[in-house]
Write a protein that binds this ligand. Structure first.
Ligand SMILES: [Mg+2]
Length: 382
């Protein structure tokens, strides 16, 4: 079997799909995207395709190593996301060729389903209590919310009060048994992170995410000592080589690699195994589209330390199109009792509606995250 063509599709709301075709008539799909840099990743996929055309798609590990090491420069969000989408598509082809789900090729499932959580409250956490209640009514047993809006290095205490009131309102609405995660989103700098971590200690949070940006890893052990809540991070790290520093530094309880940013199924599985050796849990990052989620679920099936899965159904970013719109059959992502069943179909376990993809490519997107500023006019982390 040989690769004959690699085509990208830029589709709303903010995604990029790749389809790899073969001379055997089998095509595989992947989702190589960095939110806000989709065109750049598409260009990187195009450059990487020069090597892949004519190759056997089933030599996945070798292709991964060549695409990672062979270009001299490596790593980072653009190259690792391009590689991620290609890797997902190669696994999809391999599974379809053998008529087996990808997780069977990776050693078989250790679980049949995985717990999922729902985002509530949007970019600027508002009306979170009502949204949490609605999510629980839809069957979710866990939700995640942004903690804050803009926060200066050292900010006024009313911002802290607002966070605590918000979290309390959610707890009051859904009770103490619903998993509640709070994402600092890298918006908070260390001085205020210390304050917030201490004040949030009584709320029994499922985890606190990105209490500071991952480039401030050395601050994590100090922050971890202030709070009983597990600390999660990793959506902006891209390889084993990035994650080894996390695991060596300590203080992180949950890693959150994104299989569309961190080198695909091949690399994310290795990252997960490294974390398992440190007794660190896995909660894959996935605010993306249906191919990304399908790849995530194949990994959840085989990674023992996975305990929950992010997913984007109804997320605040999905105004133009939602998760299920691009699927021929929506059944693989049916949620039940707060869980999603691991898809059992060949390859990634989903079938993409090519005709609908072609229609939506005509619209495309130029999604960018908002640029926020502090009251003094300086740029704020979003
Ligand atoms: Mg996050």
């Amino acid at each position: 079997m040989k690769i004959t063509a690699i085509t990208t599709f830029l589709v709303p709301p903010r995604w990029l799909f790749v389809r790899i075709d073969t001379d055997a008539g089998i095509s595989g799909w992947g989702e190589p995207v960095v939110e806000g840099r989709a065109h750049t990743v598409a260009a990187a996929v195009d450059e990487l395709s020069d090597y892949l055309i004519g190759k056997d798609p089933r030599h996945i590990e070798d292709h991964w190593q060549v695409l990672y090491r062979g270009g001299f420069y490596r790593g980072g969000p653009i190259l690792m996301s391009a590689l991620a989408g290609i890797d997902q598509a190669l696994w999809d082809i391999h599974g379809k060729a053998l008529n087996q789900p990808v997780h069977k090729l990776l050693g078989g499932p250790v679980r049949d389903r995985i717990r999922v959580y729902s985002w509530i409250g949007g970019d600027r956490p508002a009306d979170t209590a009502r949204a949490a209640k609605a999510a629980v009514e839809r069957g979710f047993t866990a939700v995640k919310m942004n903690a804050t809006e803009e926060v200066q290095f050292v900010d006024s205490h009313d911002k802290v009060t607002k966070v605590l009131e918000n979290v309390q309102a959610v707890r009051d609405a859904v009770g103490k048994d619903i998993g509640l995660a709070v994402d600092f989103h890298g918006r908070v700098h260390k001085p205020m992170a210390r304050v917030l971590m201490r004040e949030l200690a009584p709320f029994g949070l499922m985890f606190i995410e990105e209490p500071v940006l991952s480039e401030h890893l050395e601050a994590i052990p100090e922050l971890a000592a202030l709070s009983p809540a597990p600390i999660a991070l990793g959506e902006r790290l891209y390889s084993r080589f990035d994650f080894k520093r996390v695991l060596q530094t300590g203080g992180v309880d949950i890693i959150q690699p994104d299989p569309s940013h961190a080198g695909g199924i091949t690399e994310t599985r290795k990252i997960a195994a490294m974390a398992e050796a440190y007794d660190v849990a896995l909660a894959l990052h996935c605010p993306l589209g249906p191919i990304a989620l399908a790849a995530n679920l194949q990994l959840d099936a085989v990674c023992y330390n996975a305990f929950i899965q992010e997913q984007s159904l109804g997320i605040h970013y999905n105004a133009a199109n939602d998760l299920l719109d691009y699927l021929v059959d929506r059944a693989p992502f049916a949620y039940n009792e707060g869980y999603v069943t691991i898809p059992d179909g060949p390859g990634l376990g989903i079938e993409i509606n090519q005709q609908y993809v072609d229609e939506r490519v005509a619209e495309g997107h130029r999604w960018r995250n908002p640029i926020w500023r502090h009251a003094d006019g300086s740029v704020a982390e979003w």
